[in-house]
Design a binder for this molecule. Structure first.
Ligand code: NDP
Length: 245
């Protein structure tokens, strides 16, 4: 019997899809995996795809666009073997001022679309009997966050999604894990009020924001050989923000 784990598939040459891979954390993840030799496609909604990466125009809240994206990626680089469900939005407001539109938009993008993406990816992975799903959640899912009832609820939902799917897909050699970033320097956080930013950092033992590349490093680990026996896990990349939760 081989010493190699049955679901081992070395980095390099794998077919990857990263949603929201045109900027921020998603772009760092996509570049990192591409630099290791994987075939990486990214979704983008507007503008141009990032240079050097295969771009698929896709609004993840549109079921037909998602189906088309998987078809396109399959034809271009083969069945998706690694899905990084990264695309996400915030629409902050205190609950009593949060209209249904803000709830719907955030739940549709951050949770409903992730379920849809996972379903498409799982189909191909089941056939291949190998796959890695990584869902990008947030520390807010565990600490709670005032003004972010919609966002924290959606991001917490990703944990239930990952752990349920880990049970469903584990017997076929497919792992499903969550990465939970704290405060990371991207467009999403560039507009934070200084006092809010200071408040986040006061709860961050490492005392600084993270970089997209530091999140990419965790995704690289979870999609690599060394993580073959890890599923249903939540890996915080948060400088300690929310540790232990
Ligand atoms: P950015 O705002 O920089 O990027 C968000 C990405 O998501 C963009 O590529 C955007 O595409 C894409 N996106 C949003 N909505 C859709 C949609 N409907 N269809 C397709 N793509 C969409 O955010 P970050 O890079 O900071 O965040 C990436 C992930 O990390 C998110 O899920 C976020 O919640 C999570 N996160 C971020 C933290 C941070 O501090 N930055 C902390 C914790 C979690 P487009 O360019 O077309 O708008």
């Amino acid at each position: 019997m081989s010493d190699r784990p049955v679901n081992d598939r070395p980095a390099g040459g794998r077919s990857v899809l990263v949603t929201g891979g045109n900027r921020g954390i998603g772009l760092a993840v996509a570049r990192d995996l591409a630099a290791r030799g994987d075939r990486v496609a990214v979704t983008f909604r507007t503008g141009e795809p990032p240079p050097g990466l295969y771009g698929v125009a896709c609004d993840i809240t549109d079921p037909a666009a998602v189906e088309n994206a998987f078809d396109t990626v399959r034809k271009e680089q083969g069945e998706v073997e690694i899905l990084v469900a990264n695309a996400g939005i915030t629409r902050d407001a205190l609950l009593l001022r949060m209209g249904d539109d803000l709830v719907d938009e955030v739940i549709d993008t951050n949770l409903r679309a992730a379920i849809r993406l996972a379903k498409h990816a799982a189909r191909g992975m089941l056939a291949e009997r190998w796959g890695r799903l990584v869902l990008i959640s947030s520390s807010a899912a565990f600490t709670g966050s005032p003004g972010q009832v919609n966002y924290a609820a959606a991001k917490a939902g990703l944990v239930g999604l990952a752990r349920s799917l880990a049970w469903e897909l584990g017997p076929r050699g497919i792992t499903v894990n969550v990465v939970s970033p704290g405060l990371v320097e991207t467009d999403m956080t560039s507009g934070l009020r200084p006092e809010r930013r200071a408040e986040y950092l006061s709860r961050t033992p490492l005392g600084r924001p993270g970089t997209p590349e530091e999140v990419a490093s965790a995704v690289r680990f979870l999609t690599g050989d060394g993580a073959a026996y890890i599923t249903g896990a939540v890996l915080p990349v948060s400088g300690g923000l929310g540790m232990g939760l």
